[in-house]
Write a protein that binds this ligand. Sequence first.
Ligand code: OAD
Length: 242
Amino acid sequence: MNTIKINNIVVLTGAGISAESGLETFRKRNGETFWPVGDDVFPLEDVATAEAFARDPELVQTFYDQRRAKLGTVAPNATHRALARLDAEWPGDLLIVTQNVDDLHERAGAKRLLHMHGELKSAWCLGCDARSRWEGNLIDGPACPACGAEGQLRPDIVWFGEMPYEMERIEEALRKADLFVSIGTSGAVYPAAGFVQTARYMGARTLEMNLEPSQGSVFFHESRIGRAGDLVPVWVDEMLKP
Ligand code: OAD
């Protein structure tokens, strides 16, 4: 890839980059999406919508409590480390937009990072609207650190039907991007799945790295197929080569 004219980079990451750390990706079966956590399997509509939370808050809190607890058992992998290196050393603009709600990018050291689908380690108070860093469980209805109200905290996760975070900032970065890179995402969930079209339309070169061609593969100038942990460090080396 010609790096000479590239200044502004937007990287989009998805569940595929955390798979090599031991966090499972989502599974599609008969057109339905399931989340595996340990030996349990949760259908999408039971755990990832505001309706599900209203219907069965215990189930939803338990699901996210389990996923939050799992973070303590996993570590960043070669992809997270390579992207953190790119962040530290890339002299131009860079924005890493992740759909992942784990904390592996930041644990690897990434700073220019945006969690568009929220974070497991954040709790959102439905009473006072504050977001607080959160490490433990929410199932027991703990008090909000900001207002003290009990039983008002929900996972700070963007559920289906809710608006992803910081879309204006993302759109602006996509408009300015010289290079858009998508890594480990199936390209099935909008608006993230449409970022490649926006970036390309505005003139960016587009590259995907994934285990298999994503659903939007035709929109990319280049597809590199394989494990992110093998592909991404090589690509970062290319980008940072003097
Ligand atoms: P998916 O689980 O839909 O897709 C993961 C992609 O990663 C698939 O295309 C896999 O082929 C690929 N993959 C798996 N292992 C890989 C590896 N080692 N290296 C490279 N690629 C690998 O996950 P996302 O696309 O991230 O939304 O899903 C997007 C959104 O859908 C999520 O953020 C979540 C979900 O519903 C919300 O929670 C709102």
